[in-house]
Write a new protein. Sequence first.
Length: 471
Amino acid sequence: MEPRTFAIRTFGCQMNAHDSDKVANLLLHAGYEATADDEAADLLVINTCSIREKAEHRLYSDLGRLREWKAQRPGRLIGVGGCVAQQAGDALLARFSQVDFVFGTHNLRLVPSLVRAAEEGQREIDVSTSPSLDRFDLPERHPGFVETSPGRAYLTVMEGCDMFCSFCIVPTTRGREVSRTADSILREAESLAARGVVELVLLGQTVNAYGRHDQRRGRATQGGTMSFAALIRRLAEIRGLRRIRYTSPHPIFFDDDLVRAHGEIEALCPHVHMPVQSGADAVLERMRRRYTSDDVRRLTLRLRAARPDLALTTDLIVGFPGEKDADFEATLALIRDVGYVDGFSFKYSPRPGTAGAEIADRVPEDVAQARLEAVQDLLRQQTLRYHRGRVGTSTEVLVAGRSRQDHQLAGRDPWHRVVNLDVASFPHAVPGHLVRVQIAEATPHSLIGEPVLPLPLAQAGFSSGAAAFRR
């Protein structure tokens, strides 16, 4: 009998994408085969996001359409996981008869057993939560696992959040903060490097809070946790790892050691994606963010003192309840003052169960939309200005694959900028490889790289890394 096949649809953040990779690996170990074609699949797993209302509505629309997909072939199964599953739980099984099983964010390891139960006609759910570290104990990559980003890998260092920002449902869907042991993280990183990973992205809901509870209690680091900066220093010692990134940090957890690390650790990329959400102190207070706009400005100065060529990106919410015109102008001022290279921006979306959903002073939809467009226009201007400043410098690109233009390859440099390369000019570049390029052109969304021309001997020592950017 031929093995049954599965496909996974993923919505949401990098953590969700990494969770989908974990589920795929578990199913491969359980004897299933992966397919990229939903029509060829016997099992469809939907990994959901609930950070905004639109993501939930998309899931419900998908599930409605999937009735027909399931009816086309006897034995087909549908599973729903992720943040919406964690929140909705039994309601998903009750509302959608076509759903066969539901699993929460702490229960990825149970997916193969839930699938087997569904094959026997049992509809099951597990959205239980636990502070146990068992959920991080997963098998090594199956030989049949296809890397979605060759040369680059996500590595979860902690999960959950204890901050309870008033707009955010994450503490409900992901639970409280839990940090993995440093030993387990280092072992996984060494295994990834041995398989050819050169860029490691450390993941956590508040990633730079890693180990903070243990540090407060004075626990020994032997087999336990350590400070986040100390963890990065240990990871940077692993042979073969050329780049280390992390996402998403919280502004209040940047201690002096982490700031210094950006100037001292060569492998730590000169890019920080730091969600600030607003530039208005009154809004930040209602959001329960625990910092002010001037705190962000001071932190920016500290980071740039450690690494002058640092690129900063951010997340922003406009239209939060009670946001006045002056508050919005303060957000625009922060964007300009910090000089964000890029950012993700959204209109506020009330999430049931959060404190923000109870605030009555709502911003009219048309006002919120106009503010969103103004923020995005300003960010586009700053992105293009930054890109133009990079023309003439050299950089190293981790090739990801073909770009939208078939004659081009695309990848990212240490500053997390997309760099497109003409295939004919880089005939030996393949996904997962690092190539050195000269930035020849700036576009609103990416940089254009060309082969590096030989430099005169007197200039050769300044042709790479931060020195080239600082000029």
